[in-house]
Design a protein around this ligand. Structure first.
Ligand code: UD1
Ligand code: CA
Length: 426
C-alpha cells in the first residue's frame, strides 16, 4: 500500500493589488471562487484530507467553500500571515498524528490541473526525495523564486526575487509553488525555520536548502505549460486566468457533445450542467446553478441566470432573461422576455415581450404557469400569479397581483379579466 496523501491550500494572502472587496482567493471566476478550482483539482487525487489555510477574513472562505463541502474543521486560520512556510505549518494541528505525503497548493492558482498533480505525485512516490516540486521556465521570471541547481543539475536551493543576486535573477527556471513533501519531516523542519530574509517571512522555499543540508534529495518536475500554474495579482492577470478557464469550460461541454455554435461569444459558468444534444447559439451567457437538458436551444442573445432549469426540448431565444425559472419540456420563450421566480409547464408558449414582474420593491414573488398555456405577446404578469393548464392571455394583457387564470380560461385587457366564463355544467 502506498503512503497516504493529504493536501493543503494556502489562501491567507489578502491580494491587495486586486483592489477588491473580498480576499483574492474567493474571487469568483465564472461563478466559482478561485480557491474552489484548486480544491477540486486537489480532490481529484483522492487525498485523505484537504486543509485550507485562511487569513484575516476567514468568514469569506467559510462561505465561499461551504457549497463545496468544506466544513469548519477543514479550514485553519493563519493570522497574521507570516509567509508560505508558516502557512503550511498552520495546517499541522489539523493533520496531527497523520503521516504520508502532503500536496501544497496556492488558492490563487486556479488553473492547476488534475493531470499536473497526478504527474507530480507519481514522481514523488517513485523517488526517495523529501520534496518534489513543480518548476517552469519563464521568458520573464521577475517576481518568482528562482531554482538554483548544483553542478550535478540537482535542486540546491530556491532564492526569492527579493533575496536574489543579479546572477540568480538571470535564472529563468522558477518555483511554481506546487509541491509534494514528506509530511512529518516537513512540519518538523518548518517549525525550525527563521525569518532572516528580505521579506521577514517564513519561506516554504527554504525547505529545499534544508533538505540538501541534511543529505536528503529534492526532486523537480519541469512542467511544459506555464499557463497551468499562472496566479493572479492584478486585474490584468485575472483577465488572463478568466480567459483560460472560460476556454476550458467551453471545451469540456463541446467534448461532451454540446453544440456551441460560436465559442467566441458564449460565456458559461463553471457549475452549469448541460446535457449532450443541447444547442447553444451565439452571444449567450449562462450563469450559476443552471441545468439544461438534451434537445434544448439557448440563444442567440440570451441571458440565462442562476436557478434556471430547462427540461428536454425547451427553448430560450433572443433577448430573453431567465432567473430561478423552470421551463418544462418543449416550453418556449423565444423573444424579448423576462422570466424570474417562475415555473412554466410543458409545451407552454411565452409570447414576445412577456414580463414576470416578480419584485414589488421589497420581496420576490412566484409565477406558476401550467402546461400548454399560451401567453400572448406583451403580457405583464404581476407576481404572485397562477395560470392554469391550457389557459390563454391576450396580447398586452396585464395580470395584476394574485391573479389566478383557471384551466382553459382566456384573460385579456388591462387589468386582465376573463373573456368569458366556461359554461356552467348542468
Ligand atoms: C511564492 C513563492 C515563490 C514562487 C511564487 C509562485 C515562497 C516564499 N515564495 O511567492 O518561490 O515563485 O509563490 O507564485 O513560497 N500565503 C499564505 N500565507 C502567507 C503567505 C502567503 O497563505 O503567510 C498564500 C497566499 O494566499 C498565496 C500563496 O500563499 O495563495 C503564495 O503567496 P504569495 O505571497 O503570492 O507568494 P509569492 O511572493 O508570490
Ligand atoms: Ca503569488
Amino acid at each position: 500500500m502506498s503512503a497516504p496523501l493529504h493536501a493543503v491550500i494556502l489562501a491567507a494572502g489578502e491580494g491587495t493589488r486586486l483592489g477588491g472587496a473580498v480576499p483574492k482567493v474567493v474571487t469568483p471566476l465564472w461563478g466559482r471562487p478561485s480557491a474552489a478550482y484548486t480544491l477540486l483539482a486537489a480532490r481529484s487525487l483522492d487525498p485523505a484530507r484537504v486543509i485550507v489555510v485562511a487569513g484575516k477574513r476567514r468568514e469569506f472562505l467559510d462561505e465561499a467553500l461551504a457549497p463545496y463541502g468544506v466544513s469548519n474543521e477543514d479550514i485553519v486560520q493563519q493570522d497574521p500571515a507570516r509567509g508560505t512556510g508558516d502557512a503550511v505549518l498552520t495546517a499541522r494541528s489539523a493533520l496531527a498524528g497523520r503521516t504520508g505525503h502532503l500536496v501544497v497548493l496556492y488558492g490563487d492558482c486556479p488553473l492547476v490541473t488534475p493531470e499536473l498533480l497526478e504527474t507530480l505525485v507519481a514522481e514523488h512516490r517513485s523517488h526517495a526525495a523529501v520534496i518534489t516540486l513543480l518548476t517552469v521556465s519563464l521568458a520573464d521570471p521577475t517576481g518568482y523564486g528562482r531554482i538554483v541547481r548544483d553542478d550535478g543539475g540537482l535542486v540546491a536551493e530556491i532564492v526569492e526575487q527579493a533575496d536574489a543576486s543579479a546572477t540568480v535573477r538571470e535564472i529563468d527556471e522558477v518555483n511554481t509553488g506546487v509541491w509534494v513533501i514528506d509530511m512529518p519531516w516537513a512540519f518538523e523542519q518548518l517549525a525550525q525555520l527563521g525569518t532572516d530574509n528580505a521579506q521577514g517571512e517564513v519561506y516554504l522555499t527554504d525547505l529545499a536548502a534544508r533538505a540538501r543540508a541534511e543529505g536528503l534529495s529534492v526532486a523537480a518536475v519541469r512542467w511544459h505549460d506555464p499557463t497551468d500554474v499562472v496566479g493572479f495579482n492584478t486585474q490584468a492577470e485575472l483577465g488572463v486566468v478568466r480567459r483560460v478557464l472560460r476556454q476550458r469550460i467551453l471545451e469540456g461541454h463541446a467534448a461532451a457533445g454540446v453544440e456551441i455554435v460560436d465559442p467566441d461569444t458564449t460565456f458559461i459558468d463553471a457549475e452549469v450542467e448541460i446535457e449532450p444534444g443541447a444547442r447553444i447559439l451565439p452571444c449567450t451567457m449562462i450563469e450559476g446553478q443552471t441545468r439544461i437538458a438534451s434537445g434544448c436551444e439557448v440563444g442567440p442573445f440570451s441571458h440565462v441566470r442562476t436557478g434556471t432549469v430547462m427540461e428536454a426540448g425547451s427553448a430560450i431565444g433572443n433577448f430573453t432573461e431567465t432567473k430561478k425559472t423552470t421551463l418544462g419540456a418543449g416550453a418556449k420563450a423565444k423573444h424579448l422576455t423576462y422570466l424570474g421566480d417562475a415555473v412554466v409547464g410543458p409545451k407552454s408558449n411565452i409570447g414576445a415581450g412577456t414580463i414576470t414582474a416578480n419584485y414589488d420593491g421589497t420581496h420576490k414573488h412566484a409565477t406558476t404557469i401550467g402546461a400548454g398555456v399560451f401567453v400572448g405577446s406583451g403580457t405583464v404578469i404581476v407576481a404572485p400569479a397562477q395560470i392554469d393548464d391550457g389557459a390563454t392571455t391576450g396580447a398586452g394583457a396585464i395580470l395584476t397581483g394574485n391573479s389566478h387564470v383557471g384551466p382553459g380560461e382566456v384573460w385579456v385587457g388591462v387589468p386582465a379579466k376573463p373573456l368569458h366564463k366556461p359554461e356552467p355544467s348542468a
